[in-house]
Design a binder for this molecule. Structure first.
Ligand code: MG
Length: 442
């Protein structure tokens, strides 16, 4: 089991992920990437500058040539992998976690995020003895200042800017007091939108709202969209890879519907499978089947999505929390490109009208206490019902039925098996969770 790597990188509060550890981890990552060229980016968190210096020092000490992108959003840093062809990338950001947290997100030279499994080799290097570069072979760091501008230009090439300028959409942007403020406002200005800003001042204490864009955290955005009669609202998470929205009536648009709409827009023009995690809404299956395409399921965690997208066969990859990968641009979940693509679609009809194309699903969550060692056995023993349409066993067991589905999977952090069901009928979703909770308790 992975010791330091979680679902996406090495994550911890400042006591654990301190400069000493960051230095060791960066040395290990530098050695893992053959002491080559490494890009480094960071967010605006209060601990990020300190960890950033430790990471640069660690990489240089093992002989890496470092290209420092400075303070950038995560999708911007990942986009630069395509442009600068490094051997690896480290981003210092804790994404949607509270302010006292931070993390090192790592991708390889192709832009594929390092999963827990691949991270185990880096973990061995962290715990082992580091072989420093010789004194005259130590690496150095070059600053690279234009990453955000290049990212914006790449996004502008992906949408019809002229059409958007003509339409002049009114948009409210909630930047979470975080790095999305570096790119979101500029991007939407250049799309010709009438922009209203919320939480646009960069502040590592996240004074405006928690960095996770859950419905309860973005109430202010929903209100302002309604009051200002805007066409839509956009809220990013703390590092900008995830995005959720408000429709023109100020209704919350959850992440899996942002992904479903992105997939619909993509499949209208391109063929290919949709890649998503086993925890994502059936709405993604609905979109795929409309275009005769399949859904490829991965375990939960962004690295698995980028691994699958890197195979080059899918049209799009995405996860239920509003992270969407547009593989023609990069293997990063890109909340800015996603928002721009959806803005382009609003030239045709309002967001609520687009969302009417998808059935409404209800979801219910449950959990059953279970010792870590017994989880897998319990899950595997459960019978598969005869009316199951599809059974997916890449991370726990997901059973798809005609109009509903259920998943039971071991939690990575707590001694519980999580049970989750979704259906067009709320009672059916409840009944599914209750049924499997009962069976898992036996
Ligand atoms: Mg994030």
């Amino acid at each position: 089991m992975a010791k330091y790597f979680g679902t996406n990188g090495i994550r911890g509060t400042f006591e654990k992920l301190n400069p000493q550890f960051a230095l060791k981890a960066a040395q290990a990552i530098g050695i893992y990437f053959k002491r080559g060229k490494i890009l480094v980016g960071r967010d605006h968190r209060l601990t990020s500058p300190t960890l950033h210096k430790a990471v640069l020092s660690g990489l240089e000490s093992v002989g890496c040539e470092v290209v420092d992108l400075g303070m950038v959003s995560t999708p911007t840093a990942e986009f630069m992998v395509e442009k600068l062809h490094p051997d690896g990338l480290i981003i210092i950001t804790a994404s949607h976690n509270p302010p006292e947290w931070n993390a090192l997100k790592v991708t390889d030279g192709k832009g594929v995020a390092i999963s827990k499994e691949r991270g185990e080799e880096i973990e061995k290097l962290i715990d082992g003895k580091v072989e420093l570069a010789a004194w005259d072979k130590a690496g150095s760091t070059t600053d690279y200042c234009g990453a955000t501008e290049e990212h914006i230009e790449a996004i502008l090439k992906e949408v019809n800017v002229e059409k958007l300028k003509e339409k002049k959409l009114k948009v409210v942007l909630d930047c979470a007091n975080a790095v999305p403020a570096l790119i979101g406002p500029e991007l939407f200005e250049r799309l010709g939108c009438d922009v209203i800003l919320l939480n646009e001042e960069i502040d590592g204490t996240f004074p405006g709202r928690p960095s996770e864009p859950r419905e309860e955290n973005i109430q202010k955005l929903l209100e302002i969209v309604k009051e200002s009669e805007a066409d839509f609202g956009v809220a990013w998470d703390g590092d900008g890879d995830r995005v959720v929205m408000a429709d023109e009536n100020g209704n919350f648009v959850i992440g899996d519907r942002v992904f479903a709409l992105s997939a619909l827009l993509k499949l209208k023009k391109h063929e290919g499978a949709l890649v998503t995690t086993v925890a994502t809404s059936k709405v993604v299956e609905d979109v795929a089947s409309k275009f005769g395409q399949e859904v490829i399921y991965t375990p939960v965690g962004a690295p698995y999505l980028s691994e699958e997208a890197a195979k080059g066969k899918c049209a799009m990859a995405g996860e239920e929390v509003g992270g969407v990968i547009w593989p023609e641009v990069s293997l990063a979940k890109d909340g800015f490109l996603t928002a721009a693509k959806i803005a382009e679609a609003l030239c045709e009809k309002p967001l609520s009208a687009w969302l009417k194309e998808f059935p409404l699903y209800y979801n219910v969550k449950g959990k059953v206490p279970c010792e870590f060692e017994k989880m897998q056995g319990k899950i595997e023993k459960l019978p598969i019902p005869e009316d199951a349409k599809k059974v997916i066993k890449v991370d726990g067991v997901r059973i798809n039925f005609e109009d509903s589905w259920v998943i039971f999977r071991p939690s990575g952090t707590e001694p519980v098996i999580r049970v989750f069901a979704e259906s067009t009928d709320e009672n059916k979703a409840k009944a599914l969770v209750e049924k499997y909770e009962k069976m898992l308790r036996l």
